[in-house]
Design a protein around this ligand. Structure first.
Ligand code: IMP
Length: 194
């Protein structure tokens, strides 16, 4: 059995296998091994600010598990809807889904949107969690396209791409995505501070 030095493992508290797969790929490029903390049930608050949500969850998860942990919180912000669903993306996806969003903006020509991500890291040795933010601009397409990924991937096309996230393999999505960029920022900081 191979033992890894503890300072090279980061635990990702998530039940979303897609987020976990995306994170493993980005972090492994910086020689960081990622393990999934699936059953931890980290508490999630409702807040207008993604960083507050991610920070609260990572503090709670670290208190329960005594490990170096990351939590990631993301949201889709649609300009024509004044940023809706934003921090309420999870609820909106579960209730009206992609079809509901497409219906809401059916007659709207201006379809600018952005995805925002906050990666929060905390560990038993730290006083405060660290947050790494990123966002990508793009648009909501007129019809769902693609079958990969999750959530709003089939309706979001990032700037400078003719594909939606759901038309990209996860390695390609990582090169264009809010989460890929936020994880890269975390990885750079983590490798120079561990
Ligand atoms: P969460 O709270 O970070 O899990 O994200 C809120 C909701 O936004 C999720 O339920 C997803 O439907 C959606 N979401 C988050 N990240 C992505 C992404 O990378 N692609 C598509 N949808 C996403």
């Amino acid at each position: 059995m191979t033992y890894l030095p503890k300072d090279k493992i980061v635990y990702f508290a998530t039940s979303n296998i897609h987020k976990y797969t995306e994170a493993c790929q980005v972090l492994s490029e910086c020689k960081i091994v990622t393990a999934m903390l699936k059953k931890i049930e980290a508490m999630e608050i409702q807040d207008d600010n993604l960083a507050n949500i991610a920070k609260f969850s990572v503090i709670d998860a670290t208190r329960k598990c005594h490990l170096p942990i990351i939590v990631e919180d993301a949201g889709l912000f649609i300009e024509a809807l004044n940023g809706f669903p934003g921090p309420y993306s999870s609820y909106v996806y579960r209730t009206i889904g992609n079809d509901g969003i497409l219906k809401l903006i059916k007659n709207i020509i201006e379809r600018k949107a952005c995805f925002k991500s906050v990666v929060a890291f905390h560990s038993p040795e730290r006083v405060e969690p660290m947050c790494f933010r990123s966002e990508v601009e793009g648009k909501i397409v007129r019809e769902k396209r693609g079958s990969q990924g999750f959530g709003f991937d089939p309706i979001f096309e990032p700037l400078n791409s003719s594909k939606t996230f759901a038309e990209m393999p996860f390695e390609e999505k990582n090169r264009h995505s809010h989460r890929g960029f936020a994880l890269c920022k975390f990885a750079k900081w983590f490798t120079s501070n561990r």
